[in-house]
Design a protein around this ligand. Sequence first.
Ligand SMILES: Cc1cc2nc3c(=O)[nH]c(=O)nc-3n(C[C@H](O)[C@H](O)[C@H](O)COP(=O)(O)OP(=O)(O)OC[C@H]3O[C@@H](n4cnc5c(N)ncnc54)[C@H](O)[C@@H]3O)c2cc1C
Length: 436
Amino acid sequence: MSSSPSAIRVAIIGGGLAGAAVLRGLLRYPHIAVDMYESRPTFRDEGPGLSFTTRALDILAAIDPDLEYCLDRAGAVFSTTETRVASGPDVGREIDISGLGWNCNKNVSRQAFLSEVLGCVPPHMMHPSTRISSVTELPSGQGLLLTFADGAKREYDIVIGADGTHGFTRQLVLGNDEYLVKPYPTGFWSLPIKVPLRRAQQLMGTQSLDTRKPRHMGWIGDGTGIIYDLLDNGTEVQIIVFGKTGDIREDDGLSEASWAKLFTPDEFRAMFSSNRVQVCQGAIDLILSVYTVQVAALCLLEHRPAPTYVTDNICLIGDSAHSMLPFPGASTSVSVEEALILSTLLGRLPSKAAIPAALRAFDQVCRPRAEDAARLSVETGLLVTGRAPGIGLNADLLQQHLRHKFDFLLNVDIEASRSAAVMIMDQLLGVGGSWP
Ligand SMILES: Cc1cc2nc3c(=O)[nH]c(=O)nc-3n(C[C@H](O)[C@H](O)[C@H](O)COP(=O)(O)OP(=O)(O)OC[C@H]3O[C@@H](n4cnc5c(N)ncnc54)[C@H](O)[C@@H]3O)c2cc1C
């Protein structure tokens, strides 16, 4: 890291989407010297594709107008969202969700997008293959000392913990209370696969996977659900199957076994036996052509609400702050909102002495929103697996409860949140003024 003595030194731990987005936001401020550390050898991310609402696109553009073009360069596909019931007496019925309709989402391969986001970042700021093993306070408020896995050390003024669900920075902020620090299994599981378009069309039909009319299609089953959409300029299909089991105890979250949910092929097929929709059965056949011996799904974890995301000089963002269920796609949107607000606040720092005020303002604005998002994600998860009590697979009730579930994401007033955060920071610093 090369920086002037007065520069504010920021270390981002974790090179996933949250870390990359805040890095792009901080690049525009010359008084901030930033380094991003990633333990993996490359900034690769093989996770499932991401879905950005048009509102999230505006937020990306507010971080840096180039980020919207990153999506296009990464082969994002503008898609129309459609949700239908797959099992029970109302099979086939469409559930109309307010704001999710024609060309409302851009779906993108996460790895392609991350590569584009980081493509223009000066290489000296990015440090792959670099695991941080500890962060300690320097005496007399002199900042933080990072120790690397090879024993090297480096000093910073701020650490941004973007190291994901299982990262260690959460403990730096929340202490040793495992109840708060460790994520726990929710009973939901998910299995994403990505296959070439032609292969998917062979089993799922060409009509449901029409590149001229790209759709983000969701089917609500009896304890299960299926989503599919097109990625990579329409050359690949992403299929995500998910479900809810009731057999997981909360304290299982502390064991390693909670990472995966294993099914035999017969058990897996049986879970979808009440789903009589042909395209869904094609998706199951496709998955079982890949997983012929054992089907390994991911247990979906979440964190319990945290009393804070910050200390005076450490700040959690993204999944290290709030792992949540992925159902309305809230985690990505919330991570991007946080990147914008945090980079705005740090960009306004008049001096190192103001760092605690900036981080506290971030916490006051971003934490309640993330908690709301987590709660809505659970409610949505139960609805889209037909497991919401008293609602099940009744299309009228599903319609009633899902119609406005996405308003939270689609109607976010990010400028109001940004202004509120700036105002709180100024109040804490005892100064007037408003953003920008
Ligand atoms: C299976 C799955 C499905 C999901 N589906 C969706 C979805 O459909 N919609 C949605 O909105 N969101 C979804 N999400 C969540 C979404 O991917 C994340 O919220 C978002 O990408 C932000 O992640 P992040 O950057 O906070 O963490 P991550 O992407 O986990 O990145 C953290 C990074 O930190 C690195 N790291 C960890 N420890 C260290 C260390 N000590 N030193 C250096 N580096 C370290 C890791 O290698 C990793 O690259 C899903 C997540 C998972 C796991």
